[in-house]
Unconditional design. Structure first.
Length: 147
């Protein structure tokens, strides 16, 4: 019998679990998004290349985003730096998209694009998902003062 799932060990120092957690969360999130989109394509005879198809894809993505919000993969309320705000504006084309990332944890959009293969016009959906993850406290300093 062939075993596809083998026991594994995450390497790193004993102080690295938070980094390993982010890594594991990313693996789960990207896999869940891909699986949900594949299930959408398999479940429907057609995903239309119009606003209805856009909504179907956004709804599919939203179900996984909701799980990610619940399990902590996406964090709400993380303060973004000016550089992060500018980068989000550049990627999204919206000067205010960073507010959504900061306030609800993510920004998502789906665009239907056409392309030509061997003289035949075909369509693809391209999604952009920007989300935040909390930073971790790695050091606590304090003063204990007895008066």
């Amino acid at each position: 019998m062939l075993s596809f799932y083998q026991r594994g060990v995450m390497l790193g120092l004993p102080v690295n679990p938070s980094d390993q957690n982010v890594y594991a969360d990313e693996i789960w999130f990207k896999d869940a998004l891909g699986a949900a989109l594949m299930n959408l394509l398999l479940a429907l005879s057609q995903v239309p290349a119009n606003a209805a198809g856009q909504v179907q894809i956004l709804s599919t993505l939203q179900s996984i985003i909701n799980q990610a919000l619940f399990n902590g993969t996406i964090s709400v309320g993380k303060t973004l730096s000016v550089d992060q705000q500018l980068y989000i504006a550049q990627v999204t084309g919206s000067a205010t998209a960073w507010k959504q990332v900061q306030n609800i944890g993510y920004w998502v959009n789906v665009v239907i694009e056409s392309y030509v293969v061997n003289g035949v016009t075909e369509y693809k959906a391209v999604y952009t998902l920007i989300y935040s993850k909390d930073d971790d406290i790695r050091l606590i300093q304090g003063s204990d003062i007895l008066i």
